[in-house]
Design a binder for this molecule. Structure first.
Ligand code: GDP
Ligand code: MG
Length: 598
């Protein structure tokens, strides 16, 4: 295939606007799915992967399309991850393309998440053209949405394709646009190999599979390749494409997109954004833009049933196989027992992992309040990072602390703007801009401390706006801030699972809140229990659980024996799920309730 007959593109769409349905249509139309056998194969493979709990990543497919000009074109549809925590991965996938389809639901309009990716595509110099989907819906307003696209995004939408992926309307026009509007890749097959690694995952049978876009040169089976970021070299065992089933090809050459299998054992070694070249005739320099991604949000995960510890460890190891941006290490908590401290790219990433652990691996977990990475500057100048309150040094050793800030773009209908502003102010936000995108849709832009956002911002946002807000964010910088470690103590013992790093101004309110919640949840015992919130030695809130006067059996004195036995058994039941803090017994539910509420 000559390079000018290749088109590399991706589809940008807000969730539910129809990206997957449209992709299926394109596959179907170009015959990639027409063959009944092939279709069965493809679907079978996906089901299998689903069963194994592996993310289906290979939505990157090669299509062959005979255009109106009578020539055959190779169209590579490159998949991008679908949510805000994966901006870096999205940017690498887009770099592998020359163009992008912007799919917008004609009954909804442009959403904040779509915006971030469209701007990314425009910044990557891609040819972006709009497709209005779901025009079959009675609520579709193509003219209004076209106008919105022009106003908000600033790209020409007057001749946007009107499509219904559901009914197969507009499919051929979209394919023609891809051929006519998106430029062919530039690249030189004669130069040394330079390929962008834009996705990788672990396959149980084949090891790590990497997706590459060949910029220059050619790669074949049997050759020795080098990953430039870590200088590791491998022998290429297979090269191929997804069409949509995996099929081997003799080589991949400049402009093409496909997969490599090279005996890479660990997905950590095949990092998104890395440059693949030949070991012996390497290219002069790696491709720009490579970044080592680091977890931004941390939380402790503990099995509710301690017997599930091994199971949790195995599940984490399995998830990690496929997700190099997720990290975990063992952690023990006085209150919660054995568990793991896990790192995530962001809040949504965290939610996805937690949900998969519970759903796919049948684990019941306690999750401690999420934290972020703080920079602690010690007296004397030394700086280090911490991601949990328990790593915080004594106050006298701390010069100052910095915390990460994000730039949040919140897209809401205008009636909710007041509520959003109040929320952002409460969360120590700094207002940047309020933009009226249309008379009824507003973009609120705030600089916010990530530490406040990870607590309950997203839930609050959803409830204030009845689910109509969408949030997008990017990392900004680190800022010096009055942060303190707040401990919750029970009869003088610190409950480590409840310690948190918090802004000094917020500590009093949060401390009072936590202490009074704890009071509700701790049953009376034979002695008085003091529940305190403290910063260092300074107690900032206190509640007391009064001692119990009689023991349980006193009530049934002289009563019948079965009732007595039942009561004792019930008490034993309850004991099993008790945790001891010093000499105080705490029901597991107390932790659950407190940690869940946040
Ligand atoms: P994605 O999240 O962008 O991948 O969206 P999907 O392709 O999964 O589609 C989301 C929902 O919209 C599904 O229920 C689809 O059946 C539906 N859908 C997709 N395209 C159309 C369309 O053109 N018309 C209508 N009425 N529904 C559509
Ligand atoms: Mg989808």
């Amino acid at each position: 295939m000559k390079i000018d007959h290749i088109r590399n593109f991706s589809i940008i769409a807000h969730i539910d606007h129809g990206k997957s349905t449209l992709a299926d249509r394109l596959l179907e139309y170009t015959g990639a799915l027409s063959d009944r056998e092939k279709q069965d194969q493809f679907l079978d493979k996906m089901d299998l992967e689903r069963e194994r709990g592996i993310t289906i990543k290979a939505q990157t497919v090669r299509l062959v399309y005979r255009a109106d000009d009578g020539r055959d074109y190779v169209l590579n549809l490159i998949d991008t991850p679908g949510h805000v925590d994966f901006t870096y991965e999205v940017s690498r996938s887009l770099t592998a393309c020359e163009g992008a389809l912007l799919v917008v639901d004609a009954s909804q309009g442009v959403e904040a998440q779509t915006l971030a990716n469209v701007y990314l595509a425009i910044d990557t110099n891609l040819e972006v053209f709009p497709v209005l989907n779901k025009i079959d819906l009675p609520a579709a307003e193509p003219e209004r949405v076209k106008h919105e696209i022009e106003e908000i995004i600033g790209i020409d939408a007057h001749d946007a394709v009107l499509a219904s992926a559901k009914e197969g309307i507009g499919t051929r026009e979209i394919l023609e646009e891809i051929v006519s509007k998106i430029p062919p890749p530039a690249g030189d097959p004669g130069k040394p190999l330079q390929a962008l690694l834009f996705d990788s995952w672990y396959d149980q049978y084949q090891g790590v599979i990497v997706l590459v876009r060949i910029i220059d040169g050619t790669v074949k089976k049997g050759e020795k390749i080098l990953l430039m970021s870590n200088k590791k070299s491998y022998e290429v065992l297979k090269v191929g494409v997804f069409s949509p089933a995996m099929c081997e090809v003799p080589s991949l050459t400049a402009g093409e997109v496909g997969f490599l299998i090279a005996g890479i054992k660990d997905v950590q070694d095949a990092k998104v954004g890395d440059t693949v070249t030949h070991l012996h005739n390497p290219c002069a320099a790696p491709l720009p833009g490579y970044k080592e991604v680091k977890p931004m949000v941390f939380s402790g995960l503990y099995p509710i049933d301690t017997a599930q510890y091994e199971q949790l460890r195995d599940a984490l190891a399995k998830l990690k196989l496929n997700d190099s941006s997720f990290s975990y290490e063992p952690e023990t908590s006085l209150a919660l027992g054995f568990g793991f401290r896990c790192g995530f790219l962001g809040l949504l990433h965290m939610e996805i992992i937690q949900e998969r652990l519970e759903r796919e691996f049948n684990l019941d977990l306690i999750t401690t309040a999420p934290t972020v990475v703080y920079r602690v500057h010690k007296v004397g100048g030394e700086m280090f990072t911490i991601e949990s309150a328990n790593q915080m040094p004594e106050p006298q050793h701390i010069d100052f602390i910095e915390e990460p800030f994000i730039l949040a773009s919140i897209h809401v209908p205008n009636e909710y703007v007041g509520g959003i502003l109040a929320l952002c102010e409460e969360k120590r936000g700094v207002q940047r801009e309020i933009k009226y995108l249309t008379p009824t849709r507003v973009m609120v832009i705030y600089e916010l401390p990530l530490n406040e956002v990870v607590l309950d911002f997203y839930d609050r946002l959803k409830s204030i706006t009845k689910g109509y807000a969408s949030l997008d964010y990017e990392q900004l910088d680190y800022r010096r801030s009055e942060l303190v470690r707040m401990n919750i103590m029970i009869n003088g013992e610190v409950v480590d699972a409840l310690s948190l790093i918090i802004h000094r101004d917020k500590a009093y309110y949060r401390g009072r809140d936590l202490v009074s919640k704890m009071k509700e949840l701790i049953p009376r015992q034979m002695f008085e229990i003091a529940i305190q919130a403290a910063i260092g030695n300074k107690v900032i809130a206190r509640e007391t659980v009064k001692a119990m006067r009689k023991d349980v059996l006193a009530k049934c004195y002289g009563g019948d024996i079965t009732r007595k036995r039942k009561l004792l058994e019930k008490q034993k039941e309850g004991k099993k799920r008790m945790k001891n803090i010093g000499n105080v017994e705490l029901p597991q539910e107390a932790f659950l309730a407190i940690l869940k509420v946040e």
